[in-house]
Design a protein around this ligand. Structure first.
Ligand code: TEU
Ligand code: CA
Length: 541
């Protein structure tokens, strides 16, 4: 029987390179995660999503897999990985893995064979083309800059949605699909609880591969070609042959799924248990995020998306992940970052409608880094886009400023455990520079402080669990919408429910007395008819 256990679970995302290093080589590893399981259990999370830990040349930090059955030796051995699964299980924590099957690494055996022999079976696992006049097969732009086509020494072009080291897998090929399903089931048999599924809306291509019109000879962004017609055949098949056989959780990264498509993906009989709600992921374009207007615009985006999705299916709700900058910087001006605003943000998203995800370090309020040099960054997307933009004559400082603010490396710096060198993440030299603020922002200083952000998250998670019957089914309803700067909503079922009220401004706000029981608040005084700057209250009825 399916019990949809993920509807009452809180997920914690781990970026293994940056979580905890146990052997001093500067790279996080499985034994490091094992060491920190008590910390995670104390926080109260139910599921860990571990970003790719498979064998990989790490061109895109593991999202370029060279062997789906082996773990990357930098993280430990397959036995260490199984030990981690067991140790987590002892603490009632489940583990989900990243499933990256839109593409693999150019170092994967399949691609290596396909490169050598155009007629081998593996050659049909990829998209190859030959052209008559040496011209690129079309004008599409890859997600990481440049063409989606790269060329082999023998003249064949191959297709890649992301970097050239990440050739796309040809899902039209039945044998390949079977290989993928076998691999998925192999991991599920090992006892993992499900998958986060990477970039899945790219797997179906427009097989005409025809160039598309653009302005001024620019390339056509392949990111516009998601959820292409016919994709459902593949996704239904994968569900039937893999996920349906297990009581597993699947959460898809599904860019390009609009309101109309949401049901196919995350509805009752959707391809997945849930998909990430990217509808309100940042305040990009606002030049003053603390202005009432910016807050109101953001609130409207949240309410529109959640009102729609909550009547149709289930979402994964989040503020941060490994591809984004830190939420405190995305939604706040620097001068407003505090315990209050951070706990207000946490309160806003936690009960919306769906499974809440917490990204490592979010629970202690880690922030963006001030990047001074593109060479301090590691991210292939930042580096390749930087080269491309500067090559086209853009101002290097402007491009750097863009990635400094929004770049993916902001989330990838080492987890800040304590105030010792490199934040206690490693005794060696970290693979990527640590944020200098580890002396003030770190886990050790927060775990035993009842007033810390960590303990606020702990209480939120407890509250989520205490109200499992509500969070898994109660209707979502925006409240007090006329109050500018206030983000408030209710979850209600059979007369029971939760009411979330957050003043998301840095000023006091005149409000009203609420005749319900306050179960959580980020200020000590909760009775007043005024809401303090960034005050958050959660009532239950
Ligand atoms: O990200 C996918 C990704 O970058 C796109 O979905 C993007 O959000 C979209 O094109 C909008 O522009 C995933 C991983 O999260 C990321 O870390 C990897 O680099 C990428 O896939 C490739 O595997
Ligand atoms: Ca290590």
């Amino acid at each position: 029987m399916k019990n949809n256990w993920w509807k009452e679970s809180v997920v914690y995302q781990i970026y293994p390179q940056s979580f905890m290093d146990s052997n001093g080589d500067g790279i996080g590893d499985f034994n490091g995660i094992i060491r920190k399981l008590d910390y995670l259990q104390n926080l109260g999370v139910d599921v860990l999503w571990i970003c790719p830990m498979y064998a990989s040349p790490l061109v895109d930090n593991g999202y370029d897999i060279s062997d789906y059955y082996k773990v990357n030796p930098i993280f430990g051995t397959n036995e260490d990985m199984e030990h981690l699964i067991d140790e987590a299980q002892k603490r009632k924590i489940k583990i989900i893995l990243d499933l990256v099957v839109n593409h693999c690494s150019d170092q994967h055996e399949w691609f290596q064979k396909a490169m050598k022999d155009p007629n081998c079976e593996e050659a049909s696992y990829f998209y190859f083309q030959t052209t008559e006049n040496d011209k690129e097969p079309n004008n599409w732009r890859s997600n990481f800059g440049g063409s989606v086509w790269s060329r082999l020494p023998d003249g064949r072009w191959y297709y890649h949605t992301f970097a050239k080291e990440q050739p796309d897998l040809n899902w039209e090929c039945k044998e390949l699909r079977q290989k993928i399903y076998e691999m998925i089931n192999w991991w599920l048999e090992k006892g993992i609880a499900g998958f986060r599924i990477d970039a899945i809306t790219f797997i179906k291509k427009d097989l005409s591969f025809a160039s598309r019109p653009t302005n001024d000879g620019e390339r056509y962004p392949v990111e516009n070609l998601t959820d292409y017609k016919g994709i459902g055949t593949f996704l239904d098949e994968m569900k039937e042959q893999c996920f349906d056989k297990y009581n597993c959780m699947t959460v898809a990264e599904a860019p390009g799924v609009d309101d109309a498509a949401f049901e196919r993906y995350a509805g009752k009989n959707g391809y997945f248990s849930m998909i990430f709600d990217f509808g309100w992921e940042n305040m990009e374009g606002e030049n003053d995020k603390s202005s009432i207007h910016a807050v109101e615009r953001w609130k409207k985006k949240i309410f529109t998306h959640v009102s729609h999705n909550s009547t149709i299916g289930w979402s994964a709700i989040f503020l941060e992940n490994h591809d984004q900058s830190r939420c405190l910087n995305k939604f706040l001006e620097r001068e407003n970052i505090s315990f209050y605003s951070a706990s207000a943000l946490a309160s806003i998203y936690f009960f919306l409608y769906g499974t809440p995800f917490i990204y490592q370090g979010q629970e202690i309020g880690m922030t963006n880094v001030k990047w001074k040099n593109i060479n301090d960054m590691d991210d292939i997307r930042a580096k390749r886009t930087y080269e491309e933009a500067v090559g086209q004559g853009k101002d290097p400082d402007e491009v750097l400023a863009y990635f400094s603010e929004l770049g993916r490396d902001n989330a990838r710096t080492p987890m800040q455990w304590d105030d010792s060198e490199s934040g206690g993440f490693t005794v060696g030299k970290p693979w990527i520079k640590c944020n200098d603020n580890y002396r003030t922002i770190n886990a050790q200083s927060q775990v035993n402080d009842p007033n810390s952000l960590y303990n606020y998250y702990k209480r939120l998670i407890q509250c989520y669990h205490d109200h499992a019957d509500i969070v898994r089914q109660a209707v979502f309803r925006p409240m007090y919408e006329e109050y500018q700067g206030l983000i408030a909503y209710e979850r209600e079922v059979n007369g029971k429910g939760l009411l979330v009220i957050v003043n998301f401004t840095n000023e006091k706000l005149m409000f009203q007395k609420i005749d319900q029981k306050c179960v959580l608040c980020n200020y000590h005084e909760t009775e007043s008819e005024w809401l303090q700057p960034y005050e958050a209250r959660i009532y239950s009825k």
